[in-house]
Design a protein around this ligand. Structure first.
Ligand code: FHN
Length: 604
């Protein structure tokens, strides 16, 4: 009983301090304290994640066989006895490790902070820990990696942060032990483990390694870790350094790869979507997507499934346009070198950031629901004006080969100036066009991945939802890329579709401008994998679904085998109407992939 009272008092004190996101908005003073802590994080927008430890030695192979899943999970995925795994400590000797080189690469990439694994799930400490012999000083290398990195970050002006796993597969007192581990859970004392974890955290954040920006907790999902322990740990960390930012994984706030649970009553400062970018970002909360460049966090010799630099540049623009940060991962090899494939991509991203970094750093979310050709970020200016950065992925095609223009739909605000980043010689001019603006641009894009136009407007942006208009024959083409997404579904560039639609409440919607009331035949271009897809879905006018058609999802060969499905006829009124697509039932993990909805007018 006493413990419960203690936790309640603790929990209440954290609500007041703004360290726990209670249901109702935190008090202003606490919010101000939170905003103070988050200032550099919101400015930085782009960081480097580093997963490095003993797992880089096997690099995904064990006893001559490839072990599936991420490299840093090899103990678990390979069902290796912890005692056997720990012997890797005698092989750790990264003779090419050079902290200044890592910092140089991060800076050239435009990354402003580094989050490195001080301790991953395997329990190995990458620093000189007085609390454990399972640390880097017990290896042939005998150098305090984190201290060398701290000093290099200091020299390079990069904010150092630590990833720290709550779960610990090798510590005697962490439970549950792995199922194949002969050690008995009943011999463990979890409270003693938490004390050990706090002792190690105290070593890391008490000043020896400089001012730590973020404690990036992870491994919080097992039943031994509770919300109460998360609240307590957050309190402990801030009792040592009240400025440290913590992610929501210090507590039970993550809810899987989505990175956010809906309740909001979690300790920690921000949400952590993993390997994905939420369709609408996470409005009202700080958040950061963590992403691998291939498929593994820790180095794996056989993982060559690299994302392109272009994909990651657009991902960064997309994330910033939704008000988030990108934490992009590298997994250094056992010798201490970052893989060349990672370096090459980071250098390309860095060249883009050199020209366009102002459109990312310190910006916040777009005022537009969507833009057909790209993204938008924005920054308030000291003079009360706002600078909008338009990230143009799909450069308009010049109609005459000499002139070109970009249409900004739905912007009512007065444009005061416009300029193209990276093309000083070009004088962009803005003129009113329909419900928005037309901006003169060069025939060819300065950067074929994302070219940025900076537009200054008076005051704060006033944006009206931009409606899709019919083509010359009165047909409406509602494309995946133009959809406004709500809930858990994503735009997937691979097949230019909406997918990962595992959320029955997830909807795709378009605002359509009808010059007259009438009937329209609804054609849906959909695909579904025979093993994982199928179900029913609805297309309606508005959410109420008054005028609606439904269909069973026809499964094809795979998720990219699209078929046109005639869903029948709906009645639409004149003016701006919202067309909404919603799954009604799943027979697999997701109803379907959707590439487009076409509305064909029915002649009266
Ligand atoms: O299990 C870890 C995984 O190894 C990796 O560290 C990622 C990075 O966010 N986090 C956990 C999986 O969600």
């Amino acid at each position: 009983m006493r413990t419960t009272i203690l936790y309640c008092v603790l929990f209440l004190s954290l609500i007041v301090s703004g360290r726990v996101h209670a249901q109702s908005p935190a008090p202003t003073a606490a919010q101000a304290d939170h905003d103070r802590r988050m200032g550099w994080f919101r400015e930085a927008r782009f960081g480097m994640f580093i997963h490095w430890g003993l797992y880089a030695i096997p690099a995904g192979q064990w006893e001559g066989k490839a072990v599936p899943s991420a490299g840093e999970w090899i103990l678990n995925s390979g069902k290796i006895q912890p005692a056997q795994y720990m012997k890797l400590q005698s092989q750790f000797n990264p003779i090419d490790f050079n902290a200044d080189e890592w910092v140089r690469i991060a800076k050239l990439a435009g990354q402003k902070y580094i989050v490195i694994t001080s301790k991953h799930h395997d329990g190995f400490a990458l620093w000189d820990s007085k609390k454990s012999s399972f640390d880097v000083m017990g290896t042939p290398f005998k150098r305090d990696v984190l201290l060398e990195l701290a000093r290099a970050c200091e020299r390079g002006g990069i904010q150092l942060c630590f990833y720290h796993s709550i779960m610990d597969w090798t510590h005697d007192d962490y439970v549950p032990h792995r199922a194949w581990d002969p050690r008995k859970n009943e011999d463990a004392d979890f409270d003693r483990y938490v004390g050990y974890m706090k002792d190690q955290l105290r070593e890391l954040i008490s000043g020896k390694y400089g001012k730590i920006g973020i404690l990036w907790f992870d491994g919080e999902w097992e039943e031994s870790w509770t919300h109460e322990r998360g609240v307590d740990l957050a309190q402990f960390v801030h009792s040592i350094d009240p400025d440290i930012i913590m992610n929501n994984r210090v507590d039970k706030g993550r809810s899987g790869m989505a990175g956010m649970n809906g309740e909001g009553n979690w300790a920690g400062d921000y949400g952590t979507p993993e390997q994905e970018v939420p369709a609408t970002g996470v409005p009202g909360t700080d958040w950061e997507t963590c992403m691998t460049m291939n498929d593994t966090w820790g180095f794996k010799s056989d993982d060559q499934n690299w994302k392109s630099a272009e994909q990651m540049i657009r991902m960064l623009c997309d994330i910033a346009s939704k008000g988030g940060n990108l934490l992009l991962n590298v997994g250094p090899q056992a010798n201490g070198q970052i893989p060349q494939e990672s370096i090459d991509r980071l250098m390309r991203i860095g060249r883009w950031m050199e020209t366009n970094g102002d459109a990312i750093y310190g910006t916040h979310a777009s005022p537009f629901v969507r833009l057909p050709w790209g993204r938008c970020t924005q920054k308030s200016l000291p003079n009360g004006q706002t600078r909008l950065y338009f990230h143009v992925f799909d450069w308009p095609k010049s109609v005459d080969g000499n002139t070109n223009a970009l249409i900004i739909p739905g912007l009512s605000s007065e444009i005061l100036s416009a300029r193209l980043l990276g093309a000083t010689g070009f004088a962009a001019k803005a003129s009113r066009e329909g419900d928005g603006w037309s901006i003169t641009i060069p025939v060819t894009a300065p950067d074929d991945v994302s070219s940025v136009i900076a537009v200054d407007i008076a005051g704060v942006p006033v944006v009206t939802a931009s409606a899709v208009r019919a083509d010359g024959s009165g047909v409406f083409h509602l494309s995946a890329k133009d959809a406004e997404l709500r809930g858990h579904l994503l735009y997937e560039p691979k097949c230019d579709n909406l997918g990962s639609w595992t959320d029955i409440d997830g909807t795709a919607r378009w605002l359509v401008r009808l010059s007259a009331a009438g009937q329209y035949r609804v054609i849906a271009d959909i695909a579904a994998d025979p093993k994982e897809g199928g179900g029913r879905f609805r297309v309606s006018v508005g959410d109420a679904g008054v005028a609606a058609v439904e269909s069973t999802v026809a499964v094809g060969a795979n998720w990219c085998d699209f078929k046109a499905v005639d869903m029948g006829i709906i009645e639409c009124g004149m003016g701006d109407v919202e067309i909404v697509v919603k799954p009604l039932a799943f027979t697999g993990i997701a109803a379907m992939n959707l590439r487009s909805i076409t509305l064909q007018p029915i002649a009266k």
